[in-house]
Every structure is written in structure tokens, then in C-alpha cells.
Design a protein around this ligand. Structure first.
Ligand SMILES: [Zn+2]
Ligand SMILES: [Zn+2]
Length: 177
């Protein structure tokens, strides 16, 4: 099947939270917190976009307040804080990380949105959240997860992400989350 420009999904920016200035281009897009104080800019292709994955680990249950996290990793050399970096607060711990690395989470101080995580074992990489990306069309296309990990702690009422590599231990993506 060939694709033409007409087949490309149209950008769609649903109304969500306090902001309305998200955007995307052919190769870049924004991710914004719920209150809009914090906004990131990132590339939607390699080499800046490193991987895309769903995680069912017990830490992800807690930090998302949901039953899985949908993530993508961006090389810090390609990540821009558009605004609100000073409005991020950090919480990190290593107790639950099998490798012993410290995983530090960066939240918006105002609304609590988790914007990204950083592992001491993978310096230079930030793990962003697909749900903070403003253009819904990217959730369906360029940011669609290719790996699903920690299947052993996936709840029985979820049945896996279509088209992903299932990884019980979190070893395909090379760091524990
Ligand atoms: Zn916020
Ligand atoms: Zn996880």
C-alpha cells in the first residue's frame, strides 16, 4: 500500500486542561502539562526520538494513578523546555528499581502532571509521557508504542497493546522503569 499526503492523519488538538497553544510540524511537537505552566518541545523521529513503550510496572501504577503508563524516550540533546522548567519539582528513589538506579520524576508544581522521568543508569535520556503530547494524531501514529513491558503486573482487564513486542521483565527497553 502506498501512502499519499492525503492519507496522513490530520493534527487534532482536543481541548484539555488550561492550555491551548500546543502545535506540531512534520518533525517536531509540543508536550504540555494539565495547567499549561510547563511545555516541552521534542522531535517526532530519530535520532532524538529513541523509543516508545507502554509500562505496566507497579511504580507506573502509582505515578500515573492509572493502570499503565505510555512513554517515549527523547535524547536530552533534542529536548527543549519551552517554558516552566522552574515550575518542575522532582522526586526520585531507587528502592524499586531492579538495577539499583535512581529514577527521578519531574512533576509540574502547579497541577502535578508527570512530564518526564530520568534514570541515573541512562544519563542523557528523558522519558516523556504520550498523554502530555498536544497533537492527538501523534498518539495514534508516530508515538504509537512498539513495546509493552512488565506484563506480569498488567491487570487482567487490559489485554495488551496491539502490535507491540511483549516484554515481561522490562529488558527490551534497556533500563528499568
Ligand atoms: Zn501544570
Ligand atoms: Zn513502569
Amino acid at each position: 500500500m502506498t501512502t499519499s499526503p492525503a492519507d496522513k492523519p490530520k493534527s487534532y488538538f482536543p481541548l484539555a486542561g488550561g492550555g491551548n497553544d500546543g502545535w506540531s510540524t512534520e518533525d517536531e511537537a509540543t508536550a504540555t502539562c494539565f495547567c499549561s505552566a510547563v511545555q516541552l518541545k521534542f522531535p517526532t523521529q530519530g535520532p532524538g526520538l529513541v523509543n516508545k513503550f507502554v509500562c505496566n510496572c507497579s511504580d507506573c501504577h502509582k505515578i500515573t494513578a492509572s493502570m499503565f503508563a505510555s512513554n517515549f524516550t527523547i535524547a536530552d540533546t533534542h529536548l527543549t523546555h519551552v517554558r516552566g522548567r522552574e515550575n518542575l519539582t522532582a522526586y526520585g528513589q531507587s528502592r524499586t528499581i531492579a538495577t539499583g538506579s535512581t529514577m527521578t520524576n519531574y512533576f509540574c508544581k502547579t497541577c502535578g502532571t508527570l512530564m518526564y522521568r530520568v534514570s541515573s543508569g541512562s544519563p542523557g535520556m528523558s522519558i516523556l509521557r504520550i498523554g502530555t503530547v498536544d497533537d492527538f494524531a501523534l498518539h495514534e501514529t508516530k508515538l504509537k508504542p512498539s513495546v509493552e513491558q512488565f506484563i506480569k503486573t498488567r491487570v487482567g482487564w487490559l489485554h495488551g497493546v496491539e502490535g507491540t513486542v511483549a516484554d515481561n521483565e522490562g529488558t527490551v527497553v534497556s533500563w528499568k522503569l
